[in-house]
Every structure is written in C-alpha cells, then in structure tokens.
Design a protein around this ligand. Structure first.
Ligand code: ATP
Ligand code: MG
Length: 431
C-alpha cells in the first residue's frame, strides 16, 4: 500500500514549533485587546459568489487559486450550491457585518480573526496551499467615522507595535494610496494609454492584464519587465484633492506617532476591493516571499456584495511567514523543560506516581510522568531530556513521606517532605 502523506502545500505543525505559533497568537490577541478589537470567527467555506464579487474575478485568487466544488443537495428543500474554501477572510467578515446588521449599531466595528485560508498556489518556502492569517478589520457607517484617515493611521501604528512585540526586527512599511474608484478609473486609462506602445515587449501575463486590468501590471515580478514598469505613470498623479488630503492626513498621523514608512508607488495590491490607503509590511529575511502582511482601505466592498455603505480598513498577516522570520532570527530556540519528572521505582509504584503527579499538576507545576517498568538509569536519561528535576518515588518514599529530588543543572540531590514538594520544585534551591 502506498503510504498516505499530507497533501501538497499543506503541513503538519508539531511541537516544539507549535509553541511559537501559540506565542504569536497570544501576543496578537493581547495587542488587539489593548486597541479594543473583538474576535470574529467566520466559516471556513462560503458561497463562491462572495469571493467572485468581493475579491474580484480578475484577481489571481479568484481566477486560479480557489478550492471550489459543487455541493450536492441532500434534501428537496436544498439546492446544489457552489462553495469555496475561503482564500482570505475580509470578504467573510464583511458578509457577516451585513448579515448581522452590525452597521445599525451606529458603532465602528473593530474585529480580528486568526485562522486557516486556502489557495491553490505553487508551494514554496513561505507559500502554502493551506496557510494561516491573523487579520483585523475596522468597518462601520460613515457617521461612525469609518472613513477617517485616523483609522488608517491607528491600524498601521497597531501593526508596528504588534511586529515589535513579536520581536520581528527590521520590518519595512510600504505605503501608497490607490485613490477613490474615480481616481483608479482615471489612472487605469492613463496606464492603458502608456502601455500601448510598450506592452508588446512585456510578459504574457502583462499583455493580458493590459487589456483586462492594467493596474495589475504593477504587481508583475518578471525582471525583464521592471525597467518598462518604472517608466509608467504613477497613481499619485491621478488622485483628486480629497484622496490626496486623506493620504496626507494618514502620513501626518504616522509621523506624529513616529511610525516609519516608505512611499511605494507600485503598491496597488492584488485584490480589487482596495480604495485609498494600501500597505504592505515586508521583511528581508523571507527571500522571494517577502511580504509579512498586506492590507488597505476598502470603502466600496460592502456595497459590492449587496450591503449598505460601510467603509473600512483592514489587513491580513501571514502567520506562517511570521514564524519563518522569527525562526531565522532565532535559529536555536531554547528547549522548554518541565518542572519535574516523576520516576516510579517498579511498576507497583505507578498508581502512587499518578496520584503524586496529579497533586503537583493541580498546583500548577509542569510534570512529566515516567513509568515504573523503566530501570532507574533509563528514567534518569528520559528525565534529563525533558525536565529540570527528577523526583524518585519508591517504597521508602511512600513510607517516610520524604522524596528525593535531583536538580539536573546543579547536580544537587535533596530530601524534601511531600508537603513542601510543590514549593520546592517551583523554586529549586540554587536556581
Ligand atoms: P503574495 O504577493 O505573497 O502572494 P498576496 O498579495 O497574495 O501575497 P494577501 O492576499 O494580501 O497576499 O495576503 C496577506 C498575507 O498573507 C501576505 O502578505 C502573506 O504574508 C500571506 N500569504 C498570502 N498567501 C499566502 C500563502 N499561499 N502561503 C502563506 N502565506 C500567504
Ligand atoms: Mg498571492
């Protein structure tokens, strides 16, 4: 029989690496709480139409990366539907915002999510078919201030704080504005015109984009196309006064908060729903997949999927790429040792050992439980790999109520009354 393996582009995450994932998620939750964000959990699959309308037919995601299937009806009352594993989470959040009429609260909704996303991409380092995003959205009716550039700046400042607290060193914030939809339409025309004489020399993708969605040409990564792209008009020159003022207010607030950024005229982002502010945080340690996160403002998204006017701004960070970055920065993560390893001497001591382990664990200690069928030498070897200390539990110890504890880092052996054991193990002498 052929052995079954995890599907291409998917991975098992194992300890101790999962401890790093948990630390990242705990830090993110703590930072989001300080900025008054609440968690939203949306389904992992949605009606395909949500993504084709919300993300855009012309995007890479919708045109080639989605996992989509016909879901057969199981009863007369059901219809066969076309469903898709979510490739991103913003569309789902906005759908939920509309479905639950969150706009009627009149309040700004500040929502974050952590969870798996699915895209059929070519797997490589930092790029998987199932990956995890940590993201957040600020969305609400205009009367709640959802269009304010202060919201953009606050989200960016929060991201700078989060990356700093995660310990990510040397990130760069790339910032741009793609303007209103009218600005974009104007820019699209300018680009289309500028592309006519040069597009023949460009890659096949760009030739297609020049017709369907010229903005996408700016995303092109083909080296030979870069000098041509550098000669194209920049979107900053197509922005109207209101969009310019909005962007200036974002950068003024970032300057006041001391958040560094660089203006990147080519940052138009891969999704159709963006308006005005767009951004990406990159990191040099990631190689080709250098984007840690991306996001922007999406003032028209709610209306695109049939909802009320609900401007918003949000981002999605690639959790897999955060992990990679932290692992590169810190190749030898220290091994986590439990407080104590309990070594029963002989199988007859196993039951008593479980009881002792229960006592200590209930007092908050991290405890590994050995097995009385092991020789003492084997118990010591196993304990040395996993614990700071070993506790020997034999007939004598049960009789006297005095246990023998050995501390592996000092080599010191101590007799400890059972009643004092938990305190002793938590703060071993000499530690
Ligand atoms: P890229 O240019 O790297 O394909 P993207 O523009 O498609 O990124 P977004 O849709 O903005 O990415 O997603 C936000 C973040 O999610 C990215 O910056 C990246 O960190 C992460 N991400 C996107 N696709 C993947 C993937 N296939 N595997 C791992 N992480 C991903
Ligand atoms: Mg992509």
């Amino acid at each position: 029989m052929t052995t079954l393996k995890a599907v291409r582009g998917t991975r098992d995450l194992l300890p101790p690496e999962t401890a790093l994932w948990n630390r990242i998620e705990a830090t993110a939750r703590a930072v989001f709480a300080r900025y008054n964000f609440g968690e939203i959990r949306t389904p992992v699959f949605e009606d395909t139409a949500l993504f084709s309308r919300g993300v855009g037919e012309e995007t890479d995601i919708v045109s080639k990366e989605m996992y989509t299937w016909e879901d057969r009806a199981r009863a007369q009352s059901e219809k066969t539907q076309t469903l898709t594993l979510r490739p991103e989470n913003t569309a789902g959040v906005v759908r939920a915002y509309i479905e639950h009429k969150l706009g009627e609260t009149g309040q700004l909704q500040k929502l974050y999510y952590i969870g798996p996303q699915f895209r059929r991409e070519r797997p490589q380092k930092g790029r998987y078919r199932q990956f995890s995003q940590i993201g957040a959205e600020v969305i609400g009716p205009p009367s709640a201030g959802s269009e304010s550039p202060l919201r953009d700046a606050e989200v960016l400042e929060m991201l700078a704080t989060l990356l700093d607290e995660l310990g990510i060193e040397g990130w760069t914030l790339h910032l741009n504005s793609v303007g209103s939809s009218a600005d974009r339409a104007r820019y699209n025309d300018a680009l289309r015109a500028a592309l006519v004489p040069v597009v023949g020399q460009m890659c096949a993708d760009c030739q297609r984009r020049a017709v369907t969605n010229p903005l996408r040409v700016l995303d092109c990564k083909v080296p030979a196309d870069q000098p041509i792209i550098d000669t194209l008009p920049v979107i900053a020159d197509s922005l109207d006064e209101a969009s310019k003022a909005h962007f200036a207010a974002v950068t003024a607030a970032l300057d006041a908060a001391g958040v560094p950024y660089t203006r990147n005229h080519r940052l138009v982002r891969g999704l159709d729903y963006y308006t005005r502010t767009t951004f990406e945080f990159t990191h040099g340690g990631l190689g080709a997949q250098n984007a840690l996160l991306g996001g922007g403002r999406y003032d028209g998204l709610s209306e695109m999927i049939g909802g009320p006017k609900a401007p918003g701004i949000g981002f999605a960070m690639g959790e897999d790429r955060l992990v990679l970055t932290l692992q590169t920065q810190n190749p030898a993560a220290p091994q986590v040792l439990v407080d104590a390893y309990i070594a029963p001497v002989g199988e007859a001591m196993n039951a008593a050992a479980l009881n002792l382990a229960r006592e200590l664990r209930r007092q908050g200690l991290w405890v590994e439980l050995g097995d009385g069928s092991f020789r003492l030498k084997k118990s010591f070897e196993a304990a040395d790999k996993t614990a700071r200390q070993i506790v020997i539990l034999g007939e004598d110890e049960i009789q006297t109520g005095i246990l023998t504890v050995k501390n592996f880092s000092t080599g010191v052996q101590t007799k400890v009354p059972r009643g004092e054991l938990a305190v002793f193990l938590a703060e071993p002498a000499g530690a």
